[in-house]
Design a protein around this ligand. Structure first.
Ligand SMILES: [Zn+2]
Length: 240
């Protein structure tokens, strides 16, 4: 058995191997040189040695600690939310280099103080796309018609329905035109473009709620950090 009391089981999202679990030995002892490298949302380079069941962190170096993110409660929680999304949804050992890059870009933007709510939505959509749940917005998922401007969205089918299919199927969510436009923009733009787009708070909130429903429906998970962020925001605003 590789694992001892002072060791820590660490989940790593790697550009090459995807999500993997590794053992960091002795990191619970004071003065461990590996200890800073296994904190949440660090960008690190790790050298792994093969263990019996899991690889073992032999050495490593810090690339980015995202120190600015850690200075502020909300940005810290948003970074943890991103980690939670990855941790709860990715399969072990499946390389996802594009998603790795998106994660990196979003964390960098956070650290540089230019995270926008839309960039977080962009990340959620990138994750959904990588898992095969890109929302279909250009045609009806029922009959293929392009008459989908009314924004009838069926969660189960992952896309828009035309008026006729929506009437037959029922149970649709209506996405307003400005949010449809935002979703299309997020699906087709680079993070650099997304970062520059501004939208009104009401649209942003609706978009966030829609994506939350969509994520929870398809990934069959609830995301704890999302609720914590919402709770704190509400209470800090009320108390402040
Ligand atoms: Zn249709």
């Amino acid at each position: 058995m590789d694992y001892q009391e002072a060791d820590k089981l660490v989940t790593v999202f790697s550009a090459v191997k995807g999500k993997i679990q590794v053992i960091a030995k002795g990191v619970k002892k004071p003065g461990s040189s590996l200890r800073p490298l296994v904190q949440p949302f660090c960008h690190v380079q790790l050298y792994l040695a093969r263990g019996h069941s899991l690889d073992i962190v032999a050495q490593g170096k810090m690339i980015n600690f995202y120190g600015n993110v850690r200075q502020e409660l909300f940005s810290t929680m948003q970074a943890i939310y991103i980690m939670e999304l990855l941790d709860k949804t990715l399969m072990d050992g499946a390389p996802l280099p594009n998603l790795f890059n998106s994660t990196h870009q979003v964390l960098l933007a956070m650290d540089e103080g230019c995270l926008t709510p839309l960039l977080l939505r962009y990340f959620e959509l990138r994750l959904l796309a990588e898992l095969g749940y890109t929302p279909v917005l250009e045609r009806c998922v029922g009959c293929g018609s392009t008459g989908v401007g009314e924004g009838f969205f069926k969660l189960a089918e992952g896309g828009l329905l035309c008026r006729e299919c929506a009437r037959q199927e029922g149970g649709v969510i209506v996405i307003k035109p400005d949010n449809l436009a935002l979703l299309r923009l997020l699906l087709n733009s680079s993070p650099q473009v997304v970062q520059k787009v501004r939208s009104n708070p009401h649209s942003l909130e609706q978009l966030e709620q829609f994506l939350e429903k969509y994520l929870e429906y398809h990934l069959e998970r609830r995301f704890v950090m999302k609720n914590t962020i919402r709770f704190l925001k509400k209470n800090l605003i009320v108390n402040g």
